[in-house]
Design a protein around this ligand. Sequence first.
Ligand SMILES: Nc1ncnc2c1ncn2[C@@H]1O[C@H](COP(=O)(O)OP(=O)(O)OP(=O)(O)O)[C@@H](O)[C@H]1O
Length: 313
Amino acid sequence: MVPAGIAAVDVRRSFGGVHAVRGVTLEASAGAVTGLVGPNGAGKTTLLLMLASLLAPDGGSIRIAGVDPVADPAGARSRLGWMPDSLGAWPSLSVRETLETTGRLYDLDRAAAARRAEELIDEVGLRDLADAHARVLSRGQKQRLGLARALVHEPSVLLLDEPASGLDPQARVDLRVLLRRYAAAGKTVLISSHVLAELEEVVDDAVYIVAGATVSADRVAMAAGRRRPWRIRVADLDARAVALPVATALGLDVAGVGVDRRDVLVPFASESDAAAGLRALVDAGIAVAEFSAATGLLEHTFLDLGTSDGARS
Ligand SMILES: Nc1ncnc2c1ncn2[C@@H]1O[C@H](COP(=O)(O)OP(=O)(O)OP(=O)(O)O)[C@@H](O)[C@H]1O
């Protein structure tokens, strides 16, 4: 059996009295993009640092492409690419020099490092800034350089901490395409982000962390299964005017539907219930112009998990 790209079992790490990570168990499959989702201070960065072999866990076990980063950090680093949430090193090197130097650190010879740097400059859209010093780059440009740096040695596992922060809409789309391409090539991608709508479009799977611990699959399923609102817009009519006919067509009390600007908000328990609701509205002659879930599944689940009672002890 092919081992999971990333496997963590009961990983723990404290800083003095702060239990930043107190029981994380997760698997991220090769060939997939896995989202790491959790509120501020949940322990995501601490976990990613441990997976990246940059911070020692107090307990538990980690495997990166089958390698234990505690016992063999060099072996793990040769297999993983790490993109921190802010680019640290080498402000006085140019974009090209940064990538060439990183390649040399990963034992590429001079020619191979130069070749790889040119490939990556194009891949992340920094061609016009290839000779610019890293210190003059904008936040979004630094993010792109950080991504390129993580990819230099063609790692089989990619760990990304908030990679989309600072990126403009085009760069976000480019990032999404790149991550999907990496996953399609059989690599493992683990990505933390607060931009859940964006994560929604790129991940195959998600791991939720609350208060330093992974949330159990049962708890996630329960949160995901709760009713969530759909937005319904009726052509050329104010939401207030259509709330009653919409509720009637759906067999609901009008108090059970909400109004938000031009939209009526109706909770459905599942996508198939929503589809049946749409059919009922159309059958009732209501001119539905827009019909969509008001929150994505990740965001809905995240909001429902909300507090620490969602965490496994
Ligand atoms: N070096 C450190 N020393 C002391 N406490 C730390 C250290 N690093 C993290 N912590 C604490 O550990 C907890 C988890 O922090 P971490 O940065 O891992 O969370 P996060 O999920 O990445 O948060 P965010 O979404 O806000 O980036 C926080 O309470 C934080 O204050």
